[in-house]
Design a protein around this ligand. Sequence first.
Ligand code: ASP
Length: 327
Amino acid sequence: MMKDRLVRTLAGLALAVTALAAGAQQYPSRPVTMVVPFAAGGPTDIVARSLADAMGRALPGSNFVVDNTGGAGGTLGVSKVARASADGYTLLVHHIGMATSPTLYRKLPYDTLKDFEYVGLINEVAMTLLVKTAMPVKDMKEFLPFLRQNASKISLANAGIGSASHLCGLLFMSAVQTDLVTVPYKGTAPALADLMGGQVDLLCDQTTNTVPQIKSGKVRALAVTTPARLPVLPDLPTLDESGLKGFDVAVWHGLYAPRGTPKPVIDRLVSGLQQSLQDPAIVKRFAELGTEPVPLAKATPEALRTHLTAEIDKWAPLIRKAGTYAD
Ligand code: ASP
């Protein structure tokens, strides 16, 4: 009797495993939604759309579709993925904000380290500090005294608390010991549009969004946020060399799935991610925008988990020192 039941249970288990493996082999068999927690047309969106195209080529069967759920510094989109079915059909492309939000928010509607499966890192990208073209300064040397004299009149755009632009602005204000009026948007695509239109004065944003506008003169770039200059903007000095010693912010992106997504599906996604990062179209597009895919060893679940944890620990004391929180 006992033996019969055991045989039946084992047979059932074997069937379930076979069905799961078959499902993973067929994956994806319907469109996969990649949630971007910011507005369309911005830097996270650009990375996600390039990746979605390449993933569609790497994992034929269906296409990858971007869903922009912006707001609350990216935390709305992240919550959406945390609550989604863990079947591989809802994924998240998010950046450094995944690591800064746990310190910036007293309470988050998701658990950063418990609610997700990790697929891998995608890329790392520098930011640029930009002013509107009507600003009467041409470089950091002129900007810093101007900023101090006009602080109450200068507005700093960002994509909300928890965004990369927010982190950059926070560290910048702390470095120059000046508070500015901040203006939150659902992403830096609309923030950059307002900077070009002259409605806001200052924005720090990934080169993925800013290189074309800098090159066409629609905004004025003052500096890059990494310790080294960028091949794509070789004449632009770093903040570090412009007097803000040690200033160093680089934005990284990762691919996540809801916790409980079956391992065979995650394995397919890792393979799709790794193939995508070698896709010539992505390599070319990223290079034009001042970034490059991570080495393949970093496009793995373990590498993303390790990086995320290290980044949470790295930014927590710096954010506390700069001193802003959200409820
Ligand atoms: N670059 C934005 C940020 O500041 C987000 C975006 O719109 O992609 O985090």
